[in-house]
Ligand binder design. Structure first.
Ligand SMILES: NC(=O)C1=CN([C@@H]2O[C@H](COP(=O)(O)OP(=O)(O)OC[C@H]3O[C@@H](n4cnc5c(N)ncnc54)[C@H](OP(=O)(O)O)[C@@H]3O)[C@@H](O)[C@H]2O)C=CC1
Ligand SMILES: [Fe+3]
Length: 528
């Protein structure tokens, strides 16, 4: 059977097909050729990575003949360094690896040449500033190009090294969907994980990333430190100033262990308290469409970090408690027996010896061990890869139900330790004891949780969270105009059902975040 075309029409058809394939291949090849403007640290590292991943690279320089690159690195032998003009002409995807202050001088002459090409902006700001991002400014300069913000969070070192320890996420933003996807494919080819951040406006957030130092941890760590200092000073006052219960030699472990335990306990309560406060707000406003105050919003967002901080402190407390687990340190946890030596000439000799643990010691240990075990499960499930294995029902069961169970067991642990003293000392001294004071907040948290679990209250809260709006003046006044910010999958705000492209309000917690039913979906927090 002949494979040759039979008629003239067939020949034309065949030729068209070949031409089409050739054009597509050329186009694809052009896409596989990446142009990089600049020959600095980042440009070199990026070029190496691209070459290793099978891309062709053209570097565009102001002085191509002066840039000595061929001897400096193995992968440089296949690289061509040309003028900026040639670089732009020969590639459809161009990385702008020059500092933004030079953009105008370097790129302005090529605005027409850069038309319809994908321009990757990798630049970073020197410090946090308000106003438009570098990427938005570049888009303004090259209004007919498809500017994509990407790779700015990857350092030149990470780009060069395949084994560096930093994050391999690449955050991508662009107003053009196709350009965004092309850069996402490129980053995947280079061994990075693309994270789609939607429209170019979000480059403001992406550019902030390398400038911030643990932004989510500032509040929880600062707050925990403050609580710890308060408990520590109080413990010193109680045990050293008011009465001398311990010697100063015991300040390092025996005394420090107490404020550590109390801080972990307080912070754990603070992890679960805000969801009840949010529910109170929603009942008060009679709607879920009224924004929470800023402090509650921040508090809700940092529940995961607070929970993990509580876990860390509890872990240190467990280690210290094991170290001092002896009758000498914990007298009231052990039974006392006496050895009596028969009468001698003057009087009996009594030797008290502590042997078995008392009910108090055993009960406190049991409650503490189970609470810590629960806390370990909570901490493990708050790791994203583990959380991803759970459906929302399982996740909610662990983070909410087990979480409150852990708080209850921790309360038992402290109450068991403190109650014999409370009974003996009377109300006045009880109210001042460190065990009682530290139990107040957890008791309030658990009480509120209990109230919100009552069918008629929880049913009402659920109805509000499912859209019920009480027809009260308060709700009308606060809900009118703005109906809350809901974020779509690309983190773009939808206000009153419409996308708000400009003037994006801060990425505040959507009201659903406080709904434990929806917590996982919104990814706002883990330890609910
Ligand atoms: N270094 C890093 O780790 C990272 C850098 N970035 C970003 O990448 C971009 C480049 O950074 P980096 O490579 O470190 O910078 P370098 O200073 O090492 O390189 C900048 C390059 O820009 C070119 N250039 C073009 N016009 C000018 C001009 N008028 N004056 C000076 N140089 C000019 C030069 O190449 P030539 O002389 O050949 O024209 C020069 O090599 C920046 O926007 C930076 O924020 C982002 C993430 C990490
Ligand atoms: Fe303890």
């Amino acid at each position: 059977m002949s494979i040759l075309p039979k008629s003239g029409l067939d020949i034309i058809y065949h030729l068209t097909e070949v031409l089409y394939i050739q054009r597509t291949m050329n186009k694809e090849n052009k896409h596989r050729t990446i142009g990089i403007i600049g020959t600095g640290n980042f440009a070199q590292a990026f070029a190496c990575r691209l070459l290793q991943s099978g891309y062709d690279v053209i570097l565009g320089s102001r002085k191509p003949t002066e840039r000595m690159v061929s001897n400096t690195h193995d992968c440089w032998c296949n690289i061509s360094i040309t003028t900026v003009d040639e670089c732009i002409k020969n590639s459809n995807t161009i990385v702008v690896a020059i500092h933004n202050k030079h953009w105008s001088d370097t790129l302005s002459p090529f605005v027409e040449l850069l038309k319809d090409k994908i321009i990757i902006d990798v630049s970073n700001k020197k410090c946090l500033t308000k106003g438009p991002s570098n990427a938005e400014q570049l888009q303004k300069l090259l209004s007919h190009s498809l500017v994509v913000k990407a790779f700015n969070v990857v350092s030149a070192y990470d780009m060069e090294s395949q084994t560096s320890g930093g994050s391999h996420n690449v955050y991508i933003a662009s107003d053009n969907f196709v350009a965004r996807n092309t850069v996402a494919d490129l980053s995947r080819d280079l061994g990075f994980t693309p994270k789609d951040y939607g429209v170019l406006w979000n480059a403001r957030k992406i550019e902030k990333m390398p400038l911030q130092l643990f932004p989510e941890w500032k509040f929880p760590i600062g707050f925990t430190f403050l609580v710890f200092i308060i408990w520590y000073l109080y413990a010193i006052f109680i045990y050293f100033v008011e009465k001398t219960s311990y010697s100063w030699e015991q300040i390092f472990v025996k005394v420090t262990n107490k404020p550590l335990c109390m801080t972990a306990f307080t912070i754990l309560a603070c992890t679960y308290l805000p969801s009840s406060i949010a529910a109170i707000f929603q009942i008060y406003n009679g709607s879920k469409h009224v924004r929470f105050p800023g402090w509650l919003d921040t508090w809700l967002r940092t529940r995961k970090q607070l929970g993990l901080t509580a876990f860390t402190l509890a872990f240190v407390h467990v280690i210290m408690s094991v170290l001092i687990m002896s009758p000498t340190y914990l007298k009231s946890w052990y039974h006392e027996t006496e050895i009596v030596i028969p009468k001698n000439i003057t009087s009996d000799l009594h030797f008290p010896i502590r042997t078995w643990m008392t009910w108090k010691g055993e009960a406190a240990c049991l409650a503490g061990i189970i609470a810590f075990l629960g806390l370990c499960i909570l901490a493990v499930t708050s790791i994203k890869s583990v959380g991803d294995q759970l459906n929302w029902r399982e996740w909610r069961c662990i983070q909410s139900k087990l979480g409150h169970g852990v708080l209850l067991l921790s309360l038992c642990h402290v109450v068991v330790m403190g109650s014999p003293y409370w009974i003996k000392a009377g109300p006045l001294k009880t109210f001042r004891s460190i065990t009682f004071l530290s139990s107040v907040l957890p008791m309030i948290t658990l009480f509120l949780k209990l109230c919100f679990s009552l069918p008629f209250i929880s049913g009402y809260v659920k109805r509000i969270r499912h859209g019920l709006e009480r027809n009260s003046k308060r709700c009308k006044a606060k809900c009118s105009g703005f109906q809350g910010t809901v974020l779509d999958t690309k983190y773009r705000p939808i206000v009153n059902g419409k996308r708000e492209l400009n003037g994006f309000r801060t990425f505040e917690a959507s009201l659903e975040d406080t709904d434990i039913d929806n917590c996982q979906c919104n990814g706002a927090t883990n330890l609910v």
